[in-house]
Design a protein around this ligand. Structure first.
Ligand code: FMN
Ligand code: MN
Length: 471
């Protein structure tokens, strides 16, 4: 298992899928190269160095976990697993994860270099303008915001984007008031105080995954990341805030998130994971950066949202949660769950046991499918991770007049590009979901024409015996 981002990059290099890019411009080029690479079949990871306008050695790492292999590597799973097997392995591992409380260490790599007071200048670090119409450079696209709940001492560490506004001013964006960071900040603000904050750039991939997971309030992303790694995260108290900070992080900002009543700056727009801009610039809370710490030759972990199917994680983690939810609800015989189009489409595969089984699974999956307008349920001979297979089932087993249901006013978000502006202004954040039953109709399943295709096992056997002649 990797200790930090550097060791993860070395593992990626060993797999032969790291590409080094020299001389790119942080304005549009790094984002553009990242987007093109993420669209390639192999989807290589990229390490940018000699970034235009910046010191050699100040690097940016992108496409860290964007394919199945590297997402598995980040989770400590066998990177050779096939997509659905890898997601299943994660679903099973996640069920049994034991929180690993972080341990405090007495030395930290991130304090190799520190700038404080008048020396603080965020522009020292390369911050890409990722997409053409972004409101400015975003140093935080996969960075963790670390805060302490003033009532309970609970440490929350999750991912919120961070835009650069000045030498010691950045904004932090909460999608909605339910984000743990937003809840904690508000507690300080309601007391007329600013919120101590550390932004951690270049965290290890287990922390990156933990920062994305929906953990209940009071739960520690550090403990979850330690559980993924099977070893505690080592933390070191930030010299200014005292906040616990991963000792092997690459770059750390310490400072305060000022009450919105005191100061705000126009935040965004920023290209979203839907492939669109969701909103114009809006007032965002300002972090006054009072210290910058960084390792020698630091590496920023960049993870810009890109047009689907490109996504931060090559394994659809939310689908693993839906899979667990289905099992917890007692829906049996689930063969797999997957999400395509960057979470905007959910597919459930199951072995039908009774009439209504497929719809039962689809409704549970639909309820838990954030922003997904399309929920498809297929038989277990269809690989839900293979979109072509799924569409074959849709085109041959679903009779639209009978097999499509619409659920209205369901879970979406303000990022949804298809909610009309007038509704958005009223605060509408829901949409309708199409439930597509692409299973063979249960009542005449035995009369459904048999498929001529090889079963997955048969195809595998052919691959073992004859595959070497085919590539
Ligand atoms: C790369 C990446 C960027 C994200 N950016 C934001 C963001 O800018 N604002 C936000 O509210 N959520 C963002 N998220 C989603 C949250 O990190 C995620 O929902 C997390 O569970 C929230 O943690 P919390 O429950 O501790 O608030 C992002 C996720 C990823 C993976
Ligand atoms: Mn949280």
């Amino acid at each position: 298992m990797y200790r930090d981002l550097r060791e993860f990059i070395a593992l990626v290099d060993k797999l032969g899928v790291l590409r080094r890019i020299i001389g790119a411009d942080p304005k549009f080029e790094i984002g553009g190269i990242t987007e093109v690479a993420a669209g390639l079949p192999e989807c290589p990871a990229l390490l940018f160095d000699d970034i235009k306008g910046h010191r050699r050695g100040f690097r940016i790492f992108t496409n860290a976990t964007t394919n199945v292999q590297r997402a598995a590597l980040a989770l400590g799973l066998d990177p050779a697993l096939r997509p659905l097997d890898a997601l299943k392995a994660w679903m099973e591992k996640r069920k049994d994860l034991r929180p690993q409380p972080p341990v405090t260490v007495t030395a930290a790599a991130f304090v190799e270099n520190s700038l404080t007071g008048a020396d603080v200048n965020v522009a020292l670090l390369p911050a890409p303008v990722w997409h053409r119409h972004d409101g400015g450079p975003f140093i935080g696209s996969g960075s963790l915001a670390v805060m302490r709940d003033p009532d309970t001492g609970w440490i929350n560490a999750s991912i919120y984007r961070v835009q650069v506004h000045g030498p010691n001013k950045v904004t932090v964006q909460f999608d909605h008031g339910g984000r743990h960071g937003a809840i904690i900040a508000r507690k300080y603000w309601d007391r007329g105080e600013s919120c101590p904050l550390a932004v951690v750039h270049g965290e290890d991939p287990a922390l990156f995954v933990a920062g994305f997971e929906y953990l209940p309030s009071g739960c520690s992303e550090y403990e979850f990341a330690g559980a993924i790694k099977g070893t505690p995260i080592e933390i070191f108290a930030g010299p200014q805030t005292g906040l616990p900070i991963p000792a092997y992080a690459e770059i750390v900002f310490e400072g305060r998130l000022l009450p919105m009543s005191e100061m705000s700056l126009p935040e965004g727009p920023f290209g979203e994971f839907t492939g669109y801009y969701a909103a114009a610039a809006r007032p965002g809370p300002v972090m006054e950066v009072t210290a910058i710490h960084h390792r020698n030759d630091p590496i920023l972990l960049g993870s810009p949202p890109l047009k689907p199917p490109r996504f931060h994680f090559g394994l659809p983690f939310r689908a693993a949660t839906i899979w667990s939810n289905l099992e917890a609800a007692g829906v049996s015989d689930i063969a797999g769950v997957w999400q395509h189009v960057s979470q905007l489409m959910t597919v459930v595969a199951l072995r039908q046991r009774y009439d209504g089984h497929a719809k039962r699974a689809a409704l549970v999956a639909a309820a838990h499918s954030y922003m997904a307008r399309i929920v498809v349920v297929v038989d277990d001979d269809v690989d839900p991770s293979n979109l072509a297979d799924v569409m074959w089932a849709v085109a041959t087993r679903c009779e639209p007049a009978e097999g499509i249901d619409i659920v209205r006013n369901a879970w979406s978000s303000a990022l949804d590009p298809r909610i009309p502006p007038s509704d958005k202004e009223r605060g509408v954040a829901t949409h309708s979901k199409a439930i597509v039953d692409a299973c063979r109709p249960f009542s005449w399943i035995d009369k459904f024409p048999p498929t001529s295709a090889l079963s997955a096992d048969e195809a595998r056997e052919i691959g073992v015996k004859w595959g070497k002649f085919l590539t």
